[in-house]
Write a protein that binds this ligand. Structure first.
Ligand code: AMP
Length: 603
């Protein structure tokens, strides 16, 4: 982290964007941002070796936004992403960074979404297009997307696009972009084919890598929890509650805003917690650290910069609530615990998309990070009960109980009840505010992720799809039904799928690969040219999954799907030999062939 400038202002960004970054709580640039932003602002082509979680989106988005002429309602930047999820996510990030740029418009376009809607949106105009290669190609072919005014082109997660078989499409698009534009290519790895594409289409690119210097970590117990099935905040409080030897914790998040939000939420749950961020002056910062030392505070929620150099021996735990940008930051963070010869504990929260970063950290630190099973309700209850017992025993040994014993005798006599019942009533009273038995349900170990891979209300692509779509019906490329809340895919009733014969296939990716239903939907929709609504039930198992697809799949689609990878793992799609589940699938009748877009295979 020492190589990271402390301020976005040093990177050459405009006042408008600097203001936005302050407003959204970005305190300092991440290493990849610190290196890429000046290079891109100078107009160079570049290759960035970075993965999700490093802050790469802002690294390319902020410079490209500086070049947009908002008055010209034409695509001036094109960002290609391997999946629709990433397209939506990147578009949302851009829209966030554009909060002080009135009139700025970014449009995600991806396979599986209705053409009618996309054509309408494209004809309205957008400054930045974020799309998956297949769909961008379709629009270029149909001349519904014009790149004459293109200034910047970004290939995001290029190695994923290669893995998913999109590299020819990417090259096809690169061939058809106007010669004078800046190109930035981001990739977590640099396979030969990506290098070749870079050599062919990028002009004297600057290469930027975030260093992943190997470092040894102190004797700290390191565990990670893969975020699923439960909100991070709930998981955090559960974990902290049952952790042995918990004394004090530093919790790391990315933004200033998040430090304050999390401190407020933890305080509301009864923790002595406070935020530590770059907005605090030196005096306030020292006060927080002093309070942590003295025990007036047990939890400090900090950004990387604000927590630099903290040396508080009672910090028994470091929680990486948001994954760090790089190994260096990780090593620095966990170095805040295990001080003065004490043992330390480091807990890392990892979203499914960030698994790669977890592995990078493990490699660089040469120490495995063990998965953590979320404590169950019973675990929390047991811990609360044993703490309670201990407190009671401590008080039993205290002086001056006679006065109280006398009151109990009086109650026993007046009410004709035993001492045990009175003790139970008192125990019940004593738990007020923090019940010994916690309510609610345990999350399933790896719950079915939400089916709907499309954006949530208020985000991209949603508004138009939610309007009544009577004119969209009956076309040869049906798209999603307009609807409100949609059940999870695994629970989706048969009637919401088109009727017709479905065939169940097995694929070699499952929960253990960090795969979510939306990844499978995205990959199949993109690769087989099948609209999402024609993809039937998906069931996730640990090592594999099953997916129902319309009968009559064309050979090309089947071949494409055999080669498809999800999260880097070849899915090896094949008819499932297991038991067919009832599920009403035999009632489905529709022309399966029609749901596979022929065009996808004519490239
Ligand atoms: P990315 O690696 O681009 O997917 O970004 C990962 C996350 O980091 C996103 O939630 C961003 O909003 C957040 N992020 C990116 N840059 C910064 C920064 N400089 N400060 C705080 N958060 C950031």
């Amino acid at each position: 982290m020492s190589s990271t400038p402390d301020s976005f202002a040093d990177l050459g960004l405009s006042e408008t964007l600097l203001k936005t970054l302050t407003e959204i709580g970005y305190e300092t640039p991440s290493p990849i941002q610190a290196q890429c932003i000046p290079v891109l602002l100078e107009g160079h082509d570049m290759i960035g070796m970075a993965q999700t979680g490093t802050g790469k989106t802002a690294a390319f988005a902020l410079p490209l936004m500086e070049q947009i002429d908002v008055k010209l309602m034409k695509p001036q930047a094109l960002i290609l992403t391997p999946t629709r999820e990433l397209a939506i996510q990147v578009a949302e990030a851009l829209q966030t960074y554009a909060k002080n740029l009135p009139g700025f418009h970014v449009l995600p376009i991806y396979g599986g979404q209705s053409y009618t809607i996309q054509l309408k949106q494209l004809s309205r105009g957008a400054h930045v297009i974020v799309g998956t290669p297949g769909r961008v190609m379709d629009h270029l072919e149909r001349k519904t997307l014009n790149l004459d005014n293109l200034k910047t082109m970004v290939l995001d997660e290029a190695d994923e696009m290669l893995r998913m078989g999109f590299i020819d499409d990417v090259e096809w698009i690169l061939e058809r972009t106007p010669p004078k534009h800046q190109t930035a290519l981001f990739s977590a790895t640099m396979p030969e084919q990506i290098r070749r594409v870079a050599q062919k289409y990028l002009v004297e690119p600057r290469e930027i890598k975030i260093k992943s210097a190997t470092a040894t970590v102190a004797a700290v117990r390191q565990v990670y929890w893969q975020v699923s099935g439960m909100h991070k905040l709930d998981a955090l409080t559960r974990i902290l509650e049952v952790e042995e030897e918990f004394d004090a914790a530093i919790i790391f998040v990315r933004t200033k805003t998040a430090t304050v939000e999390l401190a407020d939420k933890l305080s509301a749950r009864g923790y002595a917690a406070a935020a530590l961020n770059g907005d605090l002056n030196q005096q306030m910062r020292e006060r927080v650290i002093e309070q942590l030392k003295s025990g007036a505070l047990d939890i400090v929620i900090a950004t990387d910069v604000a927590a630099r150099g903290i040396d508080v021996p009672r910090v028994s735990h470091v929680v990486n609530y948001d994954i760090p940008y790089d190994t260096e930051a990780y090593v620095h963070r966990i170095g805040r615990t295990g001080r003065a010869g004490r043992t330390g504990n480091a807990i890392l929260f990892v979203a499914p998309r960030e698994i790669r970063m977890l592995r990078t950290i493990e490699r660089a630190t040469r120490s495995p990070i063990a998965p953590l099973t979320l404590p169950s309700r019973a675990d929390v209850t047991n811990k609360r009960v044993s703490d309670f017992k201990q407190k009671v025993v401590e008080v039993l040994n205290a002086e001056g109980l006679d006065f109280f014993a006398n009151i109990i005798s009086q109650i026993a006599e007046e009410q004709n009840v035993g001492a045990e019942e009175i003790a139970a009533a008192l125990a019940m009273m004593a738990q007020e505010g923090k019940p010994l038995q916690i309510a609610g349900e345990d999350p399933r170990p790896a719950p079915a992720p939400s089916f709907d891979s499309r954006p949530r209300p208020g985000s991209f692509g949603e508004r138009d799809e939610r309007k009544p779509r009577s004119n969209d019906r009956g076309g040869d490329k049906p798209s999603f039904e307009s609807r409100g809340e949609r059940p999870r895919r695994e629970e989706r009733p048969a009637r919401s799928a088109p009727s017709g014969d479905m065939v169940r296939y097995r694929i070699d990716v499952g929960r253990e690969h960090g795969v979510q239903v939306k990844d499978i939907v995205g990959a199949i929709a993109n690769e087989a040219g099948i609209e999402s609504r024609f993809i039937g039930r998906i069931a996730l198992y640990d090592e594999s999954s099953t997916v129902e697809l319309p009968a009559g799949m064309p050979g090309e689609a089947a071949n494409a799907l055999k080669r498809t990878r999800v999260r880097g793992v070849p899915i090896n799609l094949r008819p499932d030999e297991g038991r067919q589940d009832g599920g009403g699938s035999t009632e489905r009748k529709f022309d399966g062939e029609r749901s596979f877009k022929k065009k996808s295979f004519d490239r």
